[in-house]
Write a protein that binds this ligand. Structure first.
Ligand code: AMP
Ligand code: MG
Length: 331
């Protein structure tokens, strides 16, 4: 599993003998961490504890979690930790910022499609219309450490929890004065400093058509790179692939022409929300969003084999040899 976790992200560093490595299973994925330096063991231990704490706090399926309590108390205010209230407040703001492409209230639809139970099904149109009526983050109220969603609504943080965790891990590493680390939270990458040989880290981008291989590599330092793709969780029925990223305006898996998006920025929670949102938006809307918003870079892969890399990272990106993709630069 460690090998797989490494494949999903970093192309080097996993077996470096000077680093301390650990693997944690949380948020339904394998997370691998390699930390370098004299405080590496203490930093790694604290990161592992933090991963488990946030897994408990945000899990929608653990009935005692803050998120599950908000859901079961729908219709009234529920007291939660300040941290949960803050991430819900940020998620509401990110929903507005992305024009509703990212929306934590799509959860009833995600459940209906079976992406939590893994009992997959294509819901009928009537059910989808009904559940769409419950979608809308603007109806969430956050007051101090109390959160209220409307009766019928349900929320889930799967599209931002790992990004938030990335930010927390980054803070922990900094508090231990760690100057080098590579962290892969099920494909969400955080690289601190450079590799032990002082070269840039090499982040592999999984090929949506063949996720065991990479279609490209991004060389980077001190950054978070978050990927959303149609190959990460999906089922097939009658030759159609139904994946886990739901378009909050239609209730169906987003059919924007994008197969995969990597967002690159030093802000993990934003990177994660934007990866989901950009996938829903499609290239044109996403490019306009990137130009207006600024502060992040991206790599898009489209159905027809087009790979689009934004200006700010084009020099660090290399398309793999022998892949059937065509490279374009967005500026
Ligand atoms: P990510 O892999 O970060 O793109 O997040 C996808 C996960 O977030 C899915 O497994 C769902 O649980 C949830 N989700 C799906 N569509 C959306 C959406 N449009 N906005 C927010 N969360 C979503
Ligand atoms: Mg996301």
């Amino acid at each position: 599993m460690l090998a797989l976790a490494c494949l999903a992200g970093l192309l080097s560093g996993c077996a470096d003998r000077n680093g301390v490595s650990g693997v944690v299973f949380a948020m339904d994925t394998a997370m691998s961490l390699t930390v370098y330096g004299k405080n590496a063991e203490a930093a790694l231990a604290e990161c592992e504890t933090e991963i488990k704490r946030l897994d408990m706090l945000f899990s929608a399926t653990n009935p005692e979690s803050d998120i599950a309590r908000i859901n079961s108390g729908a219709g009234g205010f529920v007291e939660v930790s300040q941290e949960t209230a803050d991430i819900v407040r940020q998620s509401v703001a990110l929903s507005e910022l992305t024009g509703g492409a990212f929306d934590i209230t799509v959860y009833p639809l995600v459940l209906e499609w079976g992406f939590f139970s893994k009992d997959y099904k294509v819901p009928d149109g009537e059910t989808i219309s009904e559940l769409l009526g419950e979608v809308g983050s603007s109806r969430i109220e956050v007051d101090g450490n109390r959160v209220k969603i409307e009766a019928g609504q349900k929320i889930e943080l799967g599209a931002v929890a790992k990004g938030y965790l990335t930010d927390r891990i980054s803070e922990i590493l900094e508090s231990h004065e760690i100057k080098r680390a590579n962290i892969s939270l099920g494909g969400n990458i955080l690289v601190v400093g450079r590799r032990p040989d002082n070269n840039l880290w090499r982040i592999g981008l999984q090929d949506p058509s063949n996720p065991e291989t990479h279609f490209g590599v991004l060389e980077a330092e001190n950054t978070a790179a978050v990927t959303s793709g149609d190959y990460q969780r999906y089922f097939e029925e009658d030759g159609v692939r139904y994946h886990h990223i739901i378009d909050p305006s239609s209730g169906y898996p987003a059919a924007s022409g994008i197969r995969s998006v990597m967002i690159v920025t030093d802000n993990g929670i934003e990177a994660d929300a934007f990866s989901t949102a950009v996938f829903v938006m499609g290239r044109e809307r996403a490019t306009a969003f990137w130009r207006e918003q600024g502060g992040f870079e991206m790599v898009l892969v489209e159905n027809d084999g087009g790979v689009y890399v934004t200006d700010g990272i084009k020099d660090g990106f290399t398309l793999a040899d022998n892949v059937a993709y065509t490279l374009h630069v967005l500026s």
